[in-house]
Design a protein around this ligand. Structure first.
Ligand code: PEP
Ligand code: MN
Length: 339
């Protein structure tokens, strides 16, 4: 339920409401505004919490049930768009178009540093690179693991770029969180609820990708797992879904961008590389994403795509990435977004 406090409700009155919420076994998610405090009370729907009881407490103006199943991700409790601040001027959300770029996998220090300097020069603000790779085949390259994380950290200290990397199992969350700024949950783990709960226990930003067969509502329910553990820093990512079409690696659901924007206050980005599966589709799909209202893109860039240990076919060479950034900068200006 949503509890709206009266203008000028005292600290004690607010605290009393929070204590009552906890006493009935719910978690509280207060939003402190300049005049008004609004408190989300979220918990087991079978519990004995009764909105009418809360209505009688001093300082309470109104109590409403939350109708959508995604209570924290939805807009009933929080209307204002969430903007995630990674520090040093790097923000993700409404008003910004954040470009995350880098190789699919961290392969070596030389490879990653070269690419990091290139993408930085072109204007990306976040460096991507997988250290733990979820591969379809157990015989394919699985990533450099902690050595890869150390290489990423070196690239951050040389370039100032923020870092995003994928975490594939709960036991690695703490390790990855020690090295990077954003934890990525990949399409194969969108509904790995143990993993979602574990990243929800950190305060790190989480880039939650849409699974290849998850609906928009299921994606929002996965975000809800992270939010309900107390981590508000979730970024959603449309990366293409499985359809009958075989001409592209996945089908980019471009409508998911405005639909998500309507349903949630969370930032929404897209991954045109994994959606299209081919480097020449990255530019048109990135342009479409910006036009559709996305808050950014995550793009694979490789200095030698023909030698890449994963996803070379969909990786842009640095010169093509430079060209993409030029176009996106012009478009972002028209849309009034900082890039
Ligand atoms: C990736 O980002 O390299 C990746 C594996 O993406 P996805 O989970 O979207 O397939
Ligand atoms: Mn990849």
């Amino acid at each position: 339920m949503i509890i709206v406090m009266k203008d000028g409700a005292t600290k004690e009155q607010i605290q009393h409401v929070l204590d009552r919420i906890h006493a009935v076994g719910y978690k509280s998610h207060p939003i402190y505004g300049t005049d008004k405090t609004v408190i989300g009370a979220i918990g087991d729907e079978r519990s004995r919490a009764n909105p009418e009881q809360f209505q009688t407490i001093d300082g309470v103006e109104d109590v409403m049930r939350i109708l959508k199943p995604f209570k924290l991700a939805g807009k009933e409790l929080r209307k204002a768009p969430s903007v995630i601040d990674l520090g040093d001027g790097v923000k993700i959300g409404e008003g910004y178009f954040t470009v995350m770029a880098g190789p699919c996998s961290v392969e070596s220090e030389k490879q990653l540093l070269e690419i990091a300097h290139e993408v930085k020069k072109c204007g990306a603000t976040v460096l991507r690179g997988g250290a733990f790779k979820p591969r379809t085949s157990p015989y394919a390259f699985q990533g450099l693991e902690e050595e890869g994380l150390k290489i990423l950290a070196k690239a951050r200290s040389e370039t100032g770029l923020k870092l995003v990397t994928e975490v594939i199992q709960p036991k690695d969350v703490e390790l990855c969180a020690n090295y990077v700024d954003i934890l990525q949950i990949g399409a194969r783990n969108t509904q790995n609820f143990a993993l979602l709960r574990e990243v929800g226990k950190t305060k790190k930003a989480v880039l939650l990708k849409r699974g290849m067969a998850t609906t928009i509502q299921e994606l929002l329910m996965s975000a809800e797992y992270i939010l309900s553990e107390g981590n508000p820093n979730v970024i959603l990512c449309e990366r293409g879904i499985r359809t009958f079409e075989t001409a592209t690696r996945n089908t980019m659901d471009i409508a998911a961008v405005p639909v998500l924007k309507k349903l949630t206050h969370l930032p929404v980005i897209t991954d045109p590389s994994h959606a299209g599966g081919s480097w020449d589709l990255v530019k048109p799909l990135s342009k479409a994403s910006l036009s559709a209202g996305a808050d950014g893109v995550i793009v694979e860039v490789h200095n030698k795509p023909e030698e890449a240990m994963s996803d070379g076919a969909q990786s842009l060479k640095p010169s093509k990435f430079a060209d993409l950034m030029q176009v996106l900068k012009k478009m972002a200006e028209i849309e009034g977004k900082k890039i």
